[in-house]
Structures are given as C-alpha cells and as structure tokens.
Unconditional design. Structure first.
Length: 299
C-alpha cells in the first residue's frame, strides 16, 4: 500500500467512476473504449491509463455527450475536452467526479479549475459542506476497499488543506471579538487525519473566537503548556483512528486527571472512535459530537 496503485479490477473502475461493471464491459466491447489486460485466470485488469480514460469518459457522459460521440473523439483530445468543461461548469453533478479525476491523474490543474469555477458561485463554506465532505467520505471508502492508494488520498487531501488554510488566514488578520472562551484544537498522539479539525478551526475563527491550533499527534501532557496561559479553554479534538477502541476510555480518564486542578475544563470530541466511549462515565465537561455540523451549531 506504500506504492501508487497501477492495476485496477473492473470493480475498482465501477467504484471510482460510478459506472456499472456491466456497462463498462458493453462500452469496451461495442466501442473499444478500453483495452484490458487479462490475468492467467482470464480476469480483466486495467492500468492507470485506462482508469484515467474512463473517468474522463464518465465526466463527458454525465455532461450530455453520447457514448457513440465520445468514441469518435481522438483519445489524445479527450482530456482537452474534459478540461474545457471543468473550467466552464460548476454544477453539482460533475464536480465530485472532476475532483476524483484530479486525484487519480495527480492533476492540480483539474483540481484548481474545478474549485475556481465553484468559488465563483458559492462560498467556501458551501463548497466544503456540499462537495468536500461527500468527496472525503467517498475517498475514505475507496481507500478502505483498496481502490486507491495512500498517494492518491494524500495528494487530494493536501490540496483541500491548502484551501482551508488560505480561507482561515484571511480571517486571522482580524482581532477576536469573543472572549468568553478560547478554543485549543489538537489531535491525539499518532492521529494525523486533520482535515476535519482544520475546517473546525476555520469555523471557530470565523465566529470571532481565538483558536490555538496545535495540530497532529499531540501527547496529552503537552496540553498543560497552553493551560498555563488561559483560564477559559475549550479543548476540541477529532478521533478518527486513535485512540483505539480498547484505549479510548483510558484516554478519557487520563484527561480527567490531567485537568483535575484546572478551573472550568472543557473537552469536545468527534470522529469515528467516539462510538467506543462509555458515555455513562463521561463527566459533564466532556461532550461528544457525531458530526462537524453538530459542533458548528454549538459554537
């Protein structure tokens, strides 16, 4: 899983493109759009070029091109037609597929053209909620099913992080207007999935609060350093893969001990791992959330 995936099954192609395997086979046979290789056991496999071509074809298909017309476009011209569409249109039907195409192609141009078309019509908050969250959810499933490699995931998430940071920086020139609480956002030790936390940092700053962003893999004892400077902290953390399910309740207990002498402690937690927390043992200053939207509603 450390290398870029180069061979894909027809099921991988279906997962990435949304086109049924049966339809892909018809396009392949009737229009000669793809040329699979076959294993010794006669199973179709497809190279990265075939996957890239299928995603291009899918985008054209969803934008009104008949498959018979697509088949007549010279193969070298298909990416050019795709880029022209992406640069001009921002409808919801094609943008997620365009971002997936950018991911698989490692193509920043497609990513930025798609994003720029969106930002001309929508706010950054709308783009994140309507496009990036569904995209990230889909990428998570593609990664879990071994359809894409970590290289693909890291490429696209890195570009999304850039957009979050750029939009956050625009707000950080303004002095915080709310002083009733200071947020400290961090990920627990060995947790590196920070997009959700970065976006919450943006929402916190947008609402006029001061936010101390500590970021990835912070040992719990390091939280004491910020506790020396502020007396009204709300810690906020995102548990995506850690603490592991058999360690998460101990993490909560250790946090309770850490802040036992701190006046008015608060910890907000969200992420997949919260399902393993024993809610009956949570003190009232620790709250769990099931979504980013739920946290935002409490800000």
């Amino acid at each position: 899983m450390n290398n870029v995936k180069k061979n894909f099954s027809i099921r991988d192609l279906e997962n990435l493109s949304g086109i049924k395997a049966h339809t892909i086979r018809i396009w392949e046979k009737r229009y000669n759009l793809l040329t699979p290789e076959r294993t010794d056991t006669n199973i179709r496999t497809y190279g990265l070029a075939s996957l890239q071509k299928l995603l291009n074809i899918t985008l054209l298909y969803h934008n009104g091109y008949k498959i018979s017309k697509i088949a007549k476009i010279p193969e070298s011209n298909i990416p050019l037609v795709v880029r022209e569409i992406v640069s001009k249109k921002s409808n919801k039907d094609h943008v997620i597929n365009a971002f997936k195409l950018a991911m698989v192609n490692f193509d920043q141009t497609i990513f930025f053209n798609t994003y720029n078309a969106l930002i001309a019509e929508k706010s950054f908050r709308e783009i994140f909620k309507e496009t990036f969250i569904p995209l990230l959810n889909e990428i998570g499933l593609l990664w879990q099913t071994d359809t894409i490699s970590p290289a693909h995931e890291h490429f696209i998430t890195g570009l999304i992080k850039q957009k979050i940071l750029i939009n956050t920086e625009k707000l950080q020139n303004l002095k915080p207007t709310k002083t009733d609480k200071v947020f400290v956002t961090y990920l627990p030790e060995n947790e590196i999935h920070e997009i959700g936390l970065l976006y919450l940092n943006y929402e916190i700053v947008l609402r006029g609060y001061q936010c101390i962003y500590l970021g990835q893999t912070i040992p719990m004892e390091n939280l004491m350093d910020v506790m020396k400077y502020f007396n009204n902290i709300h810690f906020l953390s995102y548990f995506t893969v850690v603490p592991e399910k058999d360690k998460i309740n101990k993490y909560v207990e250790d946090f309770k001990n850490l802040v036992s002498e701190y006046n008015n402690p608060n910890l907000w937690i969200l992420g997949r791992q919260i399902q393993y927390i024993d809610e009956s043992k949570l003190p009232n200053f620790i709250k769990t959330f099931t979504s980013i939207e739920q946290v935002i509603s409490k800000l």
